[in-house]
Design a protein around this ligand. Structure first.
Ligand SMILES: [Zn+2]
Length: 415
């Protein structure tokens, strides 16, 4: 095959990042912000113009479309979903994004803001050295870039355009899905696997060139409700039982030098008390439990339970309720049952001339939720770095590689 070209990629990407699609953690609406629909509407129109079928925007702001296979009628091909999210992180503003292009990047520091204060330093991000000679795209220092996940959307759209213009390039049935509210953990709230109608999926939402992610944390939340006995403190001797003190006593016994987010990395899990509220009469403590193995969760929950039991014995007049809520599970549990999903992604990366890097995600993804809903969905790189930050950047060349990987991947699903 000749070198794949994706004309207009940069312009397409800029068109998307200039639309503010920041989602909102505090909103109960779906989508959490109406402005996300500005991009969803645009994508719907573009998919119709490109000639995709069954283009639909749901009332929740999900965009779905189908590109039919070009394989002979009698050949059985699966439907593969290509997934990206339209929203950007609530952490940093996405208003008036003004991307800066550094052609033939010299691998040096990049001054981002006009006052010179915000600098993308090679010393802080040594991976920049490997970008020498590429077309580097950064922010102007005032917003995030939105490569997370508008690079993924761009890469999917450019791959679709390529497949349409090159009808000799084999493709299965492709389902395109653009979701709202991924950044606030609600990207799969109003979609079902029946809506998607695919057998397997890929989110194009990773970072570094060549990375594939098939593992997420297993996650639970433990909630402790401590009820003490409230008495006027002036006359409380032998009667008052202070829930704040009991709560503090329990949290104090959690490990600090290990099993904490601030002291763990890679495959290590943790116990993270992230919420403590209430007063002398009642206290609520919420604790995030994370591990790559379900058994690791159980061990940590048991650890907390033992501390709670000891506190209950020490403060017999208090009541302590201990509840565990399941949040999500490691998608590897599902993906291991369908090894071809990852194998084909690895092969597609190699066909694009890349060295596949298998990565784990110390968090959850929409792909993890979709996998457990019945659509096995690992995550493929976009090429972006420093997501959710004013230091976010990407290169045009790595975006092209992501599109190329998608084209190869589609071909592999026809074999
Ligand atoms: Zn993302």
């Amino acid at each position: 095959m000749n070198k794949m070209e994706f004309p207009g990629m940069l312009e397409r990407f800029f068109g998307y990042v200039k639309i503010d699609t920041q989602s909102n953690d505090d909103s109960k609406d779906s989508p959490s912000t109406q402005k996300q629909l500005n991009l969803s509407n645009k994508l719907k129109d573009e998919l119709i113009t490109m000639g995709l079928q069954d283009v639909e925007e749901t009332k929740w702001g999900y965009v779905l479309a189908t590109l039919k296979t070009n394989q002979p009628m009698d050949k059985k091909v699966p439907t593969i979903a290509l997934i990206a999210h339209v929203d950007t992180s609530p952490d940093v503003s996405g208003e008036n994004v003004n991307p800066q292009v550094h052609k033939n990047y010299d691998a040096g520091d990049v001054v981002l803001s006009s006052d010179g204060k915000l600098v993308l330093k090679v010393e802080d991000y040594p991976y920049l050295k490997e970008q020498k000679g590429k077309t580097l795209i950064t922010t102007d220092g005032s917003t995030l870039l939105g490569a997370d996940n508008k690079a993924g959307i761009t890469e999917i759209m450019c791959a679709l355009e390529y497949l349409i213009k090159n009808p000799d390039c084999p493709r299965p049935n492709i389902c395109v899905l653009f979701t709202p509210d991924e950044e606030v953990g609600r990207g799969t709230e109003h979609i079902t696997v029946d809506d998607i109608k695919a057998q397997y999926g890929y989110t194009i939402d990773g970072e570094k060139l060549g990375e594939i992610e098939d593992e997420t944390f297993c996650a639970d939340t433990v909630e402790l409700k401590i009820t003490g006995v409230n008495v006027h403190p002036g006359y409380a001797k032998g009667k008052l039982v202070n829930a704040v003190k009991i709560g503090a006593d329990i949290v104090e016994q959690f490990p600090k030098d290990r099993m904490s987010p601030e002291t763990t990395e890679k495959r290590e899990g943790y116990i993270h008390p992230h919420h403590f509220s209430g007063g002398g009469e009642q206290v609520i403590i919420k604790i995030l439990i994370r591990d790559f193995e379900e058994n690791g969760l159980k061990v940590k929950e048991e650890f907390i339970k033992n501390i709670v039991d000891a506190a209950a014995a020490k403060y017999p007049k208090a009541q302590i309720e201990f509840t565990v809520k399941e949040s999500y599970r490691n998608m590897k549990i599902i993906l291991d049952k369908y090894p071809e999903v990852l194998e084909k992604a690895v092969k597609a990366l190699e066909m694009a001339g890349l060295i596949p890097i298998k990565n784990i995600i110390r968090g959850g993804t929409d792909g993890a939720r979709l996998s457990f809903m019945g659509l096995p969905t690992p995550n493929i790189f976009t090429g972006g770095s420093n997501f959710h930050s004013r230091h976010e950047w990407i290169t045009l060349e790595d975006m092209q590689k992501a599109s190329e990987t998608i084209v190869h991947l589609m071909k592999l699903w026809c074999e």
